[in-house]
Design a protein around this ligand. Structure first.
Ligand code: FE
Length: 195
């Protein structure tokens, strides 16, 4: 009787031990899965905000020298969607760009050449569907050209360093400038302030 009980206790103890070890293994596997998922999410977020410029020898956030690069070279260097807006003066669809709702503090750079263009402090919530600013970073950040295409009289905004098309400027913005720099997200690159 004692032997039978002893065996039963041993079997039950052995089962408990195995279940305990299995649970421990499952916990370790879960922890590894969570870490992998977190790493992938972080990488995905970085990819969303950071663009790879290794193929672009003209990209610099500090060099202010004006660029003279042929259209053929830009076409080779730039992603197709950036090229279409920056060099072909295209316009992204309203409410589709990655920055039209962004209100994080930081700096907006030219996605083509790295020229600093706008501070987030100058960004305002506009109902137009494109990222909108009431002023550029400085007088040399952007330049302007008359644009009489599509049956309209508008003022085009171009990057002061690389002459890429960024968008247009209108006189219906908020104080203090009452101007609205209506920009295409795809030609901007946002860098959040470091905490
Ligand atoms: Fe530029």
């Amino acid at each position: 009787m004692y032997t039978e009980n002893h065996c039963t206790v041993s079997i039950v103890y052995s089962d408990h031990l195995q279940i305990s070890m299995l649970m421990r293994k499952l916990n370790i596997i879960s922890a590894i899965c969570c870490m992998l998922l977190f790493t992938q999410c972080t990488n995905a977020q970085n990819k969303q905000t950071m663009t790879d410029h290794t193929n672009n020898p003209h990209y610099s956030r500090t060099d202010t020298a004006h660029l003279k690069v042929s259209d053929a070279e830009w076409k080779k260097i730039l992603p197709a969607d950036v090229y279409n807006v920056a060099r072909n003066k295209g316009t992204e669809y309203a409410f589709t760009g990655k920055y039209y709702k962004t209100d994080t503090k930081g700096m907006y750079y030219c996605a083509v050449c790295g020229n600093p263009l706008f501070k987030s402090d100058a960004k305002f919530a506009s109902s137009c569907g494109w990222p909108s600013f009431f002023e550029a970073l400085g007088p040399g950040s952007v330049r302007y050209e008359d644009d009489n295409t599509h049956g309209m009289r508008r003022t085009e905004v171009l990057c002061g360093r690389c002459d890429s098309h960024l968008g247009h400027i209108f006189d219906d913005g908020p104080p203090p400038t009452n101007q609205r720099f209506c920009m295409n997200s795809v030609v901007l690159e946002f860098e959040p302030d470091k905490k």
